[in-house]
Write a protein that binds this ligand. Structure first.
Ligand SMILES: Nc1ncnc2c1ncn2[C@@H]1O[C@H](COP(=O)(O)OP(=O)(O)OP(=O)(O)O)[C@@H](O)[C@H]1O
Length: 973
């Protein structure tokens, strides 16, 4: 059977047969009105009708002169023969086998076979069938109910969408009906259609780049009566697209998405109970389902890629570090057993800023295994000299030469050979004496040294310096009182003594010590020198006479010039020969200082006519005199490179420390062989050597982290404050914005609570300044003394600042306030919310750390970060609308971390929620996304973009922090 019956329906005249569509309303009677000329009317044909010979050929389901009326005949009937019904009236009965809002949707195969087909099958003798699947092939019709609380808030009624899907012409025609009245229709060309299978779900999707819609005036939605709340006429008429329609095969629902209306319908229009059908020949049905792999949003892919690269980098770095640690722990080690000699020739130092000459060509030497005391009044240049001898970086210009064991070497070699105790005690306040010395030992003794030997050595040094009684007491600082100033001085010495360096240089080791302790410390240093493992050079102000005579050699400096250099024992004779006699019962050390202070006496001493012997020394150039007390005290002692020859021997001649008991001041010697070149300008020694650390990276990291953990636990105030404040403020914000409703006020509160949280976290980050400023000084000193390189310090600092003080508090505050406020209950939204808070807080803390590292003064650093924070807050998107910022200042918002975090938080939270309120009796239901767009000027699709920017800020600040700490935080004296 080719078709079931052939029934003819005459437009608006014939009485319908039983099978002909009828309407509840009386069919529109024929009129005598002139025929509508579609070519002459600007309106043309509506609802996808074509104007042919001045007459509209309407799409199935439509009729009337301009195709504006609902026609209730099946698509198999000639369009001109379909019965139309009056506007506002529904079709009630459709042709057999057809259904849908305007009776053009086939329901059965029989329906499709009830009339002769309007086209022929390629395969000839075929009956049409009704295809009900969303994958369509010829011309399908669909009608669906529409769920749209957004529109229903303004225009009450039942919404229906009728759609004509034409894959042959690649077009879609769609009409929206409110009750039975059409509100607007759209014609959509150039569509592509694809049926895909993803994770077992098959769906057909139409993607169309453009759409043209026409709002039918006067209708409720298009500015019609009675008194509409709003008119969508202009919005609908100016829609551009793109547009998409997605229909899953296993459901009767579809999604209708118009990009221009994303603010109004963020997830599209929900079409439910869709009835779809088309009459096709079976041979036309050629399903082409393609499977697609699950794809992630580009933002998610970028984030995953960053995390992946970081993890890979971490794994590779850790395995390399572990290998190095194992190798180093198996490397045989030797501890220093031999003292080194240090000679300095014509050392000068001039300040860059004002050209002031601080040191004027000072020469001398400290042969291996002796104690050399550098004396002089305050400001004479003692510290400057020992800084230079220790290879410390100086701000000004250094001239002269320094020889280590008689050889010119790079200053990094000198630094390696020298242990340096600074004038100021820079010690970790929260550690005990034992822990501080152990810290130095763990980092500076060889990795392969067994741990029990390390502890033994620590105990030995602590005992040697008389610190056993306070070994378990905390060092303390101004705010938390700990050990005494003298004990601190001895701890500083212990930190350097632990490595038993070939040369130990101490700046004022006895300052702050009582005379007994001073004597004890100097005696220990002399003992160390006598053991031939360490040469000691120290500066001292006013030693007691018994202490003075413990030094082997003395260098007296007056106003940057050498007044005396020679054996301590002959100093008194030397000045007596110049008629400068130390009064009886007078401390010779005090007398030497008196001379150095008085320029007349200095002139008297330096203008003295030298003896032949002394002249001989003079003419020989650099001289040194090593037969000092060390030799006298230690019979048989023969320092390295020295002889017991009583005649002065120049350094040049001896190749190393010469020997003489004659004492000649450097001024008199003239210090020939002076070098005007900076110490490091010698080509042979210019090659900078990489600092070699005795311990591996992992050991350094472990030891530093252990100390940071101790500090965090013992100096609990900051940790407790951050955690406490996070909990209290979490409860406070939760209480203040408790259970925000979805009305207008609730929306303001929701956005306000999110912004307030960011403000709190942002400003609490400023505490990073103070925390870092304390550890910064310690780092500079320890780095300079060769404890560790910057990298493990940076990791440890970031770990102990970011995790306990930034990440945990922001999670705490977020968890508490989130549920109290009643933000979105969606789990993913909650975790995204926490992630944003954490990324934001880490970024602001890193920003403050960068400032703290870059700016030396704490006051300037806190002012700079507070002002920067305030500006970022202002341009964060809450206090000023992004679209209203003056053009010249718009760039500032892109620097604001608040903007990215707030936008991400708001999009995450508010975009999927609804604003439901009632203003003066008019109820409305507006999507949160529309508010975000209109009120804040936010980019709705920008969640991952904002997240990437926040991650970018973190990476940028971490790199900046690393660069500043590595290249700027170096000791400069
Ligand atoms: N970087 C600098 N800028 C300005 N002045 C400097 C600098 N370095 C040293 N001086 C000046 O050089 C002189 C010597 O300083 P130095 O610290 O070496 O003296 P000192 O003998 O160790 O004094 P004290 O015993 O009081 O510590 C001082 O007048 C000091 O002000």
């Amino acid at each position: 059977m080719r078709y079931i019956s052939a029934q003819t329906t005459t437009v608006q005249t014939a009485t319908p047969t039983s099978a002909v569509a009828t309407a509840t309303a009386t069919p529109t009677p024929p009129t005598c009105q002139p025929q509508y000329d579609c070519s002459a009317s600007p309106k043309g044909c509506l609802n996808g009708g074509n104007c042919e010979n001045k007459v509209c050929k309407c799409a199935a389901g439509f009729g009337g002169g301009d195709c504006s009326l609902l026609a209730c005949g099946s698509p198999l009937i000639d369009p001109s023969l379909r019965t139309t019904v009056a506007s506002g009236t529904n079709c009630t009965t459709c042709d057999d086998g057809f259904g849908g809002f305007n009776c053009n949707v086939c329901e059965t195969d029989a329906g499709c076979q009830s009339k002769p087909p309007s086209r022929t099958s390629f395969f000839g003798n075929e009956d049409m069938v009704c295809n009900k699947k969303p994958e369509v092939f010829y011309d399908a019709y669909m009608s669906c109910a529409v769920i749209t609380p957004e529109l229903e808030g303004f225009f009450k009624g039942n919404y229906t969408l009728t759609v004509d899907l034409n894959p042959v012409n690649k077009t879609i025609g769609a009409q929206l009906w409110l009750d039975a009245t059409e509100q607007f229709f759209c014609t959509i060309p150039d569509c592509t259609l694809a049926t895909t299978e993803q994770n077992g779900v098959v769906q057909t999707k139409w993607d169309c780049p453009v759409l043209h819609c026409t709002c039918l005036t006067p209708t409720l939605m298009c500015g019609g009566i009675p008194g509409p709340v709003i008119s969508l006429g202009n919005t609908i008429n100016t829609l551009k697209g793109p547009f998409s329609l997605t229909c899953p095969h296993n459901s009767k629902d579809c999604d209708f998405f118009i990009a221009d209306l994303a603010g109004f319908f963020p997830t599209g229009l929900k079409m439910v109970d869709c009835d779809l059908g088309e009459c096709v020949f079976p041979s036309e049905i050629q399903s082409s389902i393609s499977s697609v792999k699950t794809t992630l949003a580009p933002g998610v892919i970028a984030c995953l890629a960053i995390v992946g690269v970081l993890i890979l980098f971490l794994i590779v770095s850790c395995s390399i570090a572990r290998r190095n640690q194992v190798l180093l722990s198996r490397t045989p080690y030797t501890l220093n057993t031999e003292a080194a000699s240090l000679e300095f020739r014509n050392v000068g130092y001039t300040l860059n800023k004002d050209g002031l000459q601080i040191l004027k060509g000072i020469s001398g030497s400290a042969p291996a295994g002796i104690v050399l005391a550098v004396m002089g009044p305050s400001g004479a240049g003692k510290s400057t000299l020992v800084d230079i001898l220790a290879g410390k970086r100086k701000d000004g210009k250094v001239t002269g030469q320094i020889l280590l064991n008689g050889k010119r070497v790079h200053e990094s070699d000198i630094r390696r050979a020298v242990g340096f105790v600074d004038q100021d005690d820079t010690l970790p306040p929260t550690q005990t004496v034992y822990e501080a010395v152990l810290f130095s030992a763990m980092l500076r003794l060889p990795e392969a040294m067994p741990i029990h030997r390390v502890h033994e050595r620590v105990a030995e040094v602590i005992e040697m310096l008389g610190l056993t009684h306070c070994a378990d007491r905390r060092i303390g600082n101004v705010t938390a009182r700990g050990i005494s100033g003298g004990e601190k001085r001895r701890v500083s010495i212990a930190l350097e003594l632990i490595t038993r360096p070939p040369i130990l240089i101490l700046d004022e080791p006895t300052s702050g010590l009582d005379s007994y302790s001073a004597h004890m410390v100097v005696a220990q240093l002399c003992k160390l020198a006598a053991s031939k493992t360490t040469t000691v050079i120290l500066t001292i102000h006013q030693p007691r006479s018994d202490i003075f005579y413990m030094f082997d050699q003395t260098l007296v400096i007056s106003k940057g010039s050498s007044l005396y250099f020679g054996p301590t024992a002959t100093a008194a004779d030397y000045f007596r020969r110049r008629n400068l006699v130390c009064p009886p019962n007078y401390n010779i050390a005090d007398y030497l200082l008196d001379i150095a202070m008085d320029q007349e006496l200095v002139s008297q001493a330096t203008s003295f006519e030298e003896s032949i012997d002394e002249k001989a020394v003079l003419s020989s150039g650099h001289q040194t005199h090593i037969t000092g007390n060390a030799v006298l005290r230690r019979p048989g002692h023969q320092p390295q490179g020295s002889t017991n020859d009583e005649t002065a021997v120049s350094m040049e001649e001896s190749g190393s420390s010469g020997s003489s008991n004659a004492s000649v001041p450097m001024e008199e010697s003239g210090s020939s062989g002076s070098s005007s070149a900076s110490i490091s300008e010698d080509d042979t020694v210019q090659k900078k050597q990489k600092t070699v650390y005795p311990t591996s990276f992992l050991t350094q990291l472990r030891v530093i982290m252990r100390r940071n953990l101790q500090t965090l636990i013992r100096d609990r105030s900051l940790l407790v404050l951050h955690l406490g404040v996070a909990i209290i403020l979490g409860v406070f914000i939760g209480g203040l914005y408790f259970r925000v409703p979805s009305n207008l006020a609730g929306f303001q509160n929701r956005a306000g609570s999110l912004f307030f949280m960011l403000a709190l976290l942002g400003f609490s980050s400023i505490s990073a300044l103070g925390a870092f400023t304390e550890s910064r000084t310690l780092f500079i000193k320890e780095r300079s003394n060769g404890y560790y390189p910057p990298f493990p310090f940076i990791i440890s600092t970031l770990f102990f600042d970011l995790i306990p003080l930034r990440i945990i508090p922001s999670i705490l505050m977020g968890c508490i306030s989130y549920f109290m406020i009643g933000l979105s209950p969606v789990v993913v939204t909650f975790f995204k919310f926490l992630l944003i808070l954490v990324l934001f807080n880490v970024a602001t803390a890193m920003f403050c750390l960068v400032i703290a590292a870059a700016v030396r003064t704490t006051g300037v650093a806190s002012l700079a970060s507070s002002i920067a924070m305030l500006f970022m807050l202002l341009f964060g998107g809450f206090l000023i609308n992004a679209d209203n910022i003056p053009a010249a200042l718009t760039w500032i918002q892109y620097l604001s971390m608040f903007k990215y975090a707030f936008e991400a938080l708001a999009v995450n939270e508010v975009a999927t929620s609804k604003l439901i309120d009632n203003i003066q009796g008019v109820a409305f239901n507006v999507p949160g996304s529309l508010i975000l767009q209109k009120l804040f000027g936010f980019d709705l699709g920008g969640f991952w973009k904002n997240m990437i920017v926040l991650i970018g800020y973190n990476v940028l600040f971490i790199i900046a922090f690393w660069a500043i700490v590595s290249f700027r935080l170096k000791e400069r004296k």
